[in-house]
Design a protein around this ligand. Structure first.
Ligand code: TXA
Ligand code: MG
Length: 347
């Protein structure tokens, strides 16, 4: 972790991070902080985001510094409605169909930038495309509507940590480094948005909170896959998608069929694992085997098991359909070896 932080500009001392409950004035307060270039963490339906004015390079630079995130990893611009999307990006064809079917919701579209797109080049990492999302959370919507400009918002965690699904997770990572946390309680979905590039035939860059099958149903054909769509020498299609994202401190062992002494267990479903009685700690993503419930518990349980002090977290197999695709993607990244090269570029 020291490595990640030492690679970035130090964050200017921030007097204090204030936390406000979701209430009538929360959106107005948040918009005022954004307008003066400040950083606001707020709930979306997927995970908590760390917001900054996407049109201000200075605000976006503060955001990268607060997260300890390398600046060539582009950000999602969040807006309140389709008119606001059209000011940023060209939305037509399949992109428009997906937008109409799924926004507001856990879907991000990578689109060609509009000629007068006001999003700062720092937020798009100098690409000629822009990632856009209309989130469904009412508080996120209220903040975006009150602010009236696009909000760049990555997940509100230190770069490389597990994404936050409660305000307490945000405070644990970013307390003292950002201006405001709007506490809207635990999020509903629990994994980040599905990212689809609509720059030709639609391609999935990141599985997420909107299952592949729902997208394919609207498109009427199977989706291209980000990994398959790029050659071996090209940069990752979604630049932030590196193997060892979402990493707890403990090592993570997937598809565990039994438990080693001293391990913590991330369980799934009604069947206990042999040796589970002796686990350092056991949390079950969904005892009844429900993938929606499992997604909403995933990051919080990874944090909690990581915090129990066990050196290794054994994870039971999780089915791959529906939200299982995103859950397995995040688990695979949590389990990936963390070599130095990955640490420098994760988001
Ligand atoms: O659910 C979510 O998407 C959350 C909430 C806060 O909205 N946000 C989120 O942001 O997960 P972040 O920054 O953690 O992930 C954004 C991903 C990164 O992998 C980044 O590389 C990719 O989107 N991305 C952004 N702009 C892109 C672009 N123009 N082309 C390809 N990938 C892009
Ligand atoms: Mg993230």
């Amino acid at each position: 972790m020291g490595k990640i932080l030492s690679d970035t500009t130090p964050v200017p001392a921030d007097p204090a991070t204030e936390t406000v409950p979701a209430g009538e004035s929360a959106a107005i307060r948040a918009a005022a902080v954004l307008a003066r270039g400040g950083l606001v963490a707020f709930p979306t339906e997927t995970v908590y985001g760390l917001g900054a004015d996407a049109t201000s390079a200075a605000a976006v630079a503060r955001l990268y510094a607060a997260k300890g995130r390398p600046s060539f990893n582009p950000l999602i611009a969040h807006v309140a409605d389709l008119d606001a999307v059209r000011a940023l990006a060209r939305l037509e064809g399949d992109g428009l169909r997906l937008a109409q079917a799924f926004w507001p919701g856990p879907l991000t579209l990578v689109l060609p930038k509009a000629p007068a797109c006001p999003v700062s080049d720092l937020a798009t990492a100098g690409l000629d495309t822009v990632a856009v999302r209309i989130p469904a959370h009412p508080l996120a919507h209220a903040i975006l509507a009150a602010f009236g400009r696009p909000v760049a918002a990555p997940s509100a965690n230190i770069s490389g940590h597990v994404s936050p699904t409660t305000a307490a997770h945000v405070a644990a990572d970013l307390g003292g480094r950002i201006d405001l946390i709007v506490d809207g309680g635990p999020v509903a979905v629990g994994v980040e948005s599905t990212i689809i590039a609509c720059l030709g035939a639609p391609v999935m860059l990141r599985p997420g909170g909107l299952p592949r099958a729902e997208i394919e149903r609207v498109l009427g054909h199977p989706l291209g896959d980000g990994a398959a769509a790029r050659g071996p020498t090209e940069r990752p299609a979604a630049p932030g998608l590196l193997a060892s994202h979402y990493a707890p401190r403990a090592s993570v062992r997937l598809e565990a069929a039994s438990l080693a002494p001293g391990e913590a267990l991330l369980a799934f479903g009604p069947q206990p694992l042999p040796g589970a009685e002796q686990a350092a700690k056991v949390l079950n993503l969904s005892p009844r085997g429900d993938l929606v419930e499992a997604a909403s518990n995933l990051f919080g349980y990874l944090r909690a098991l990581d915090g129990c002090g066990a050196a290794s977290i054994a994870v039971m197999a999780v089915p791959r359909h529906g939200l299982g695709e995103a859950i397995n993607d995040r688990l695979r990244r949590a389990a990936a070896p963390r070599d130095a090269a990955d640490e420098e570029i994760e988001g």
